[in-house]
Design a protein around this ligand. Structure first.
Ligand SMILES: Nc1ncnc2c1ncn2[C@@H]1O[C@H](COP(=O)(O)OP(=O)(O)O)[C@@H](O)[C@H]1O
Ligand SMILES: O=c1ccn([C@@H]2O[C@H](COP(=O)(O)OP(=O)(O)O)[C@@H](O)[C@H]2O)c(=O)[nH]1
Length: 400
């Protein structure tokens, strides 16, 4: 329940009973009521905010010229509703715009306008205290704080919470730790930052299954997938000046200069409108990791496919039968493994130390691996979730 301050001015005092009936007829409770004549000092203090205005002395003269009725009115939305019942400040304007209002019926002009009402909850509190210092405003505070808190929550967290809870309930299976899931969802979806695409690094040795799993993620979550190797191979095929140099580096399992790969990736990322972007096979060197973060974007986590060399070698040789890639042969594979261990694994270790790595056992079948992979992405997506796949929590590792 809200309270406001009301005053029947000297020009309408003779109609005070009638006005009080109108007030009560409009569902206000008159919580306090006192008839009095203001002294000039008290009137000046009450209207202190107008002391420099031209109408001040006339106002003081008028308001002290007879009896007034000071009241505390109680109602939901008391401040606004009482102002509406009063009508426009100038009684002449009120006659035209709100002929049933109190000022239209009992006032004359802008000064002799029959009654006063606080223009805001804070003014109401100040004015009530001025005339009724003993009046208990606890209920008004409780209401306004409650209303304000409700509005605050509606404007800020409720939309995100609703979306989060709906998304969580649609998951199958539902997260075993719902609060942990919610906390991750809110930290990834709850801010304006989420307008930018989320970046996920997908790393692992050659043939670990990065591309295979990225295809599955794209299918379910509608993300963009940019393979650094594919972008470099496209550069080779474009016949550009640097193409021949890149081709030689790939054959030797060497890592192409970071600026080249970074600029290809940046262009690809800038051109996508997807909410998530999988960066496959990059960064492959520590300096590339730093360059990406400082020049392109931050990222969510590294999905690391952990797979023994023997398994990767078998897969690559098998892939080499049809891939047409210059590096899917025994000699290039050996060189690629060496580069991976010496240059790329330190990137994993670096991010591991920062707890940014989701390590996935990549030795199982593609579908089994994907069951674990997808769990890492459900918190990022409120749509495109297929509630059909069951999952386990394991992300066991085989030392590389
Ligand atoms: N989990 C898996 N089990 C068996 N074979 C796989 C698995 N994941 C991928 N492959 C196969 O291994 C080869 C290398 O996979 P790919 O996804 O191209 O690896 P990467 O992108 O890491 O080099 C492909 O021929 C692919 O079909
Ligand atoms: O950021 C990158 C990504 C790839 N490459 C080169 O491209 C080759 C193939 O990489 P890709 O990721 O396509 O295949 P993978 O070796 O992971 O199977 C690598 O051996 C490197 O020579 C590179 O130089 N920088």
């Amino acid at each position: 329940m809200e309270h406001t301050f009301a005053m029947i001015k000297p020009d309408a005092f003779e109609n005070a009973d009638e006005i009080c009936k109108i007030i009560e007829g409009a569902d206000f409770k008159i919580a306090e009521k006192e008839s009095l004549t203001l002294t000039p000092a008290k009137a000046k203090s009450f209207y202190g905010e107008h002391k420099d205005r031209a109408f001040f002395s006339g106002l003081i003269e008028f308001i002290t010229s007879g009896t007034i009725v000071a009241m505390v009115l109680e109602k939901e939305n008391a401040v606004v509703d009482w102002r509406s019942l009063l009508g426009p400040t100038n009684s002449k304007q009120a006659e035209e715009e709100a002929p049933d209002s109190i000022r239209a019926r009992y006032g004359t002009d802008v000064q002799k306008n029959a009654a006063h009402g606080s223009d805001s909850p804070s003014a109401a509190e100040r004015e009530i205290k001025f005339f009724f210092p003993e009046f208990d405003l606890t209920e008004t505070h409780r209401t306004s704080q409650g209303e304000e808190a409700k509005e605050y929550l509606m404007m800020t967290v409720v939309p995100t919470l609703n979306k989060a809870l709906t998304t969580m309930c649609r998951l199958s299976p539902r997260p075993s730790d719902p609060l942990q899931w919610l906390s991750e969802y809110i930290s990834t979806n709850g801010t304006a930052k989420s307008q930018k695409p989320k970046i996920f690094f997908v790393l692992g040795g050659p043939g670990a299954g990065k591309g295979t799993q990225c295809d599955k993620i794209v299918q379910e979550f509608d993300y963009a997938h940019f393979s650094a190797g594919d972008l470099l191979r496209a550069e080779v095929n474009s016949g550009s000046e640097q193409g021949a140099m890149i081709d030689g580096m790939i054959k030797d399992g060497k890592i192409v200069a970071g600026e080249i790969t970074l600029s290809l990736l940046r262009k690809a990322i800038d051109g996508t409108d997807k909410k998530g972007v999988l960066i496959d096979g990059f960064p492959r060197k520590l300096d590339q990791a730093g360059a990406f973060e400082s020049q392109v974007s931050d990222f969510e986590f590294v999905l690391f496919f952990d797979c023994p060399e023997k398994t990767m070698e078998e897969r690559l040789l098998q892939r080499g039968k049809t891939s047409g890639r210059v590096d899917d042969n025994a000699e290039s594979i050996r060189k690629r493994f060496k580069t991976f261990v010496e240059t790329s694994l330190p990137v994993i270790e670096y991010y591991d130390a920062k707890s940014k790595v989701k390590r996935i056992d990549a030795t199982q079948s593609p579908d089994e691996v994907y069951k674990v992979v997808r769990e890492n992405f459900t918190v990022y997506s409120s749509s495109n979730l297929t509630p059909t796949v069951t999952s386990s929590n394991s992300t066991s590792s085989t030392p590389p």
